[in-house]
Design a protein around this ligand. Sequence first.
Ligand code: 2AM
Length: 180
Amino acid sequence: MRAFIAIDLPEEVTAALVRLQSLLPAGRPVAEENLHLTLAFLGDQSEAVLAALHFELETIRVQPFALGFSGLGVFGGDRPRILFADVGTEPALADLHRRVTGALHRAGVAVQRARFHPHVTLARFGSRATPGTAARLHRFLSDHGDTPLPSFPVTGFGLYESTLHPSGARYNLLARYPLG
Ligand code: 2AM
């Protein structure tokens, strides 16, 4: 099954992100219940591999920590693909990400080599993005890019299954790993 590891967000944070989404001039907003901070995308994995990974993730010992946002950003430049809320640099998050990567490695999951850029995806633009979309998004960023967003405590993370539907992805929590 298609799986990923993510930090979920408290309601006060998703509410603030949904308010921003409601002002968006373009794109497909991520549904409120799907807003999350991805730690690792695993792609398709067998149940045996996920069982081994579950065992490894359960051994992670990290204290809860606080996270904040540092503005909005776009992946894709002139052809925007994703609008995201940028998560500020936080050594405890980098440490958790390193430990999750170690667990993936020990469970035999091939790890993506891309640099970890912690973010919460707010909207996707797909192939419909045009220079006009980019310009409207640029205006949105200059109007709303510095909207204050609440900091939040990270008290755990989860292993999720993702199923793709015509109406969008649906995420199902397989296991949660509390911190501390
Ligand atoms: P995102 O964090 O930028 O939104 C579940 O699909 C999560 O895994 C998504 O939130 C998504 O990115 C992340 N992800 C990373 N690489 C992916 C890929 N190749 N396909 C789908 N999702 C991916």
